[in-house]
Design a protein around this ligand. Structure first.
Ligand code: SF4
Ligand code: SF4
Length: 358
């Protein structure tokens, strides 16, 4: 291609969202007065100007194939105003200004097998990380856990029967994304990595692997005359952080990579400062394709929360009020030595607030 024909580069990054917004939303941006919840899965926002817009929310499988995407967008064109957005929890939201379109839109979604709900005091779709799809360190496939868990929680998604909204997260490794959900299902490695010494010098930059370990458990070593690494297993906390820069340090294991359930995390600063989640169940079998043991624990926690929490208490607030001993009493989950955090590196000053401090 001749230089003269080359186009100038397009800045990459997030495109301007306003161009995709429903015109009613654009007109009233920043000028909303209040919102109501006419029924599960439907929101109604009212602007200072008196204009109204309805949102209909449905759960999706998140990893969407092109056929489902066409189906979902065709429903939007036919039954809504042609405007959609996806939420961080893989829900699709349709914007409609004509109230009469809501029921036909819901029927069209349900006829195609999509479930409408996830608003107000429901269990909204679980959020999940990428798993096998694109990441290099998963110990499980978060999307599989999500699918099997949401199948079990469909009634909690379609109705308002929880004390407050419940956000559940999953993550496919022990160290990176995932999140501070009301309930989180995270991978838990329970054995140090097994090192394939024949590969280390070909694949790994040893200084960066040594630097990566949070507890300084990795040292350079010569093994069978080849440069390799060794792990002080007494120090290793089985976090898996060495595996991404050095795949020969294999930590995933069909038997010893488990799941753990954590409770009471919160990102926002809305009513109290953000909170870290706490471990409540460890070494749960990572048991595809339906993960029945993990699902049973999550359902048990939700049942106790539903029966015992006050109106509008989030899971973390409920536990804070009743105390952890009572939480373990109510749920019947065993309290073991693994629940005791004796890691001195955490210190009381670990930043648990999003406020900037100087
Ligand atoms: S949770 Fe871990 S494995 Fe999963 S996408 Fe995030 S970094 Fe990758
Ligand atoms: S698993 Fe974590 S603690 Fe153990 S050696 Fe690897 S980086 Fe260090």
């Amino acid at each position: 291609m001749a230089m003269a024909d080359m186009r100038s580069p397009i800045e990459s990054g997030c495109p301007d969202g306003f161009q995709y917004m429903h015109p009613t939303m654009r007109r009233n941006f920043g000028l909303w007065k209040y919102h109501t919840d006419p029924k599960p899965g439907v929101l109604c926002h009212v602007a200072e100007s008196g204009e109204k817009i309805f949102t209909v929310k449905a759960g999706t499988q998140r990893i969407l194939d092109i056929f489902s995407l066409r189906e979902l967008t065709a429903i939007g064109d036919e039954f809504a105003d042609g405007y959609i957005r996806f939420t961080i929890r893989s829900n699709i939201e349709y914007n409609v200004t004509d109230e009469a379109k809501i029921d036909p839109l819901i029927k069209a979604l349900e006829d195609k097998g999509y479930v409408v709900g996830g608003t107000k005091n429901s269990v909204t779709s679980l959020s999940h990380t990428q798993g096998w799809l694109h990441c290099d360190i998963p110990g499980t496939d978060a999307s599989g856990v999500v699918k099997s868990m949401m199948d079990e929680l469909i009634d909690e998604f379609t109705s308002w029967n929880m004390p407050n909204r419940v956000h559940i997260t999953t993550s496919c490794c022990q160290i990176n994304c995932g999140g501070q959900g009301d309930i989180a299902i995270n991978v838990q490695h329970t054995k140090p990595p097994k090192i394939d010494h024949s590969q280390v010098s070909n694949v790994c930059e040893r200084p960066s692997v040594v630097a990566r370990c949070p507890v300084a458990a990795i040292r350079p070593a010569m093994v069978d005359g080849m440069p390799s690494l060794e792990v002080d297993e007494k120090k290793c906390i089985c976090c898996g952080a060495c595996f991404p820069p050095c795949p020969p340090m294999m930590i995933n294991d069909a038997e010893h990579s488990k799941l753990a359930v954590w409770v009471g995390g919160n990102h926002s600063n809305a009513r109290g400062k953000p909170t870290f989640q706490k471990l409540v169940a460890s070494a749960i079998p990572n048991n595809p394709p339906r993960w029945p043991e993990a699902a049973a624990i999550v359902k048990l926690i939700l049942k106790c929360y539903k029966e015992d929490a006050r109106d509008w208490e989030r899971v973390g607030e409920w536990v804070e009020r009743i105390g952890w001993p009572r939480f373990f009493e109510l749920t019947g989950l065993p309290f073991t030595k693994y629940h005791i955090d004796n890691w001195r590196g955490a210190r009381a000053s670990l930043n648990a607030s999003t406020h900037i401090r100087f």
